[in-house]
Design a protein around this ligand. Sequence first.
Ligand code: AP5
Ligand code: MG
Length: 214
Amino acid sequence: MRLILIGPPGVGKGTQAVLLQEKLGVKPLSSGEIFRKEIEAETDLGRLAKSYIDRGELVPSGITIEMMGKRIRADEVRKSGFVLDGFPRTIRQAEALDKMLDEMDMRLDKVISLEVDDEVVIERLSGRMSCTKCGEIYHLEAKPPKREDLCDKCNGPLFLRSDDKPETIRERLKVFHENTAPVIEYYAGRECLLRINAEGDPSEVFQAILDGCK
Ligand code: AP5
Ligand code: MG
């Protein structure tokens, strides 16, 4: 299957992408995760991306489209299908994705829009921790790790994302409403758009996605 998860920061895109990978075998491609790996590896792309991410702004679309295009076109991803998390985030990116898929003679199965109020986003992001090694996502209240600051799955140390500061979260939300909400409208005329109320716990949201993908 070829899926997109779209929604505000902290709505649970990364959480659902992992569940979809486990259930459907689709490859998760998170633009944010890819940028964070580049930052950690101190590459030129990482340095450039960091200057935008730390301010809660979008990395320029040209660079992002090229980076995601390489991965979407990879043989392994053509076979497994994908779940895009955080891409496309602008109309320009959505048009570029359409062009890419057309060239490969492929169609999107579902564009899954995860929807919650802004206050829920702030709650979710204020308690998030992620594993430095395997990327597993935790939450102080909704999904606490069994041992403080260590990953249940791989024992890796947990970290707080540098863009989860209150002022950066506010900017990310503003950027979502201005740039990414129109992308949901872009897909609204197509049968593939699936709107999901994402206020329930992760397993309820996941079940709603699976029901909508039948
Ligand atoms: P990115 O990494 O994509 O960040 P984001 O969109 O802001 O989303 P998050 O990763 O913060 O949240 P999420 O929806 O994945 O939620 P999660 O599952 O972690 O992008 C970061 C930055 O990179 C951007 O700001 C931008 O600068 C740049 N960038 C990325 N893509 C780009 C693009 N295409 N173009 C340009 N720039 C780009 O869950 C959050 C928390 O909630 C966790 O603690 C989790 O345990 C908890 N949780 C999840 N689901 C539930 C639930 N149902 N109930 C209760 N708690 C829950
Ligand atoms: Mg994420």
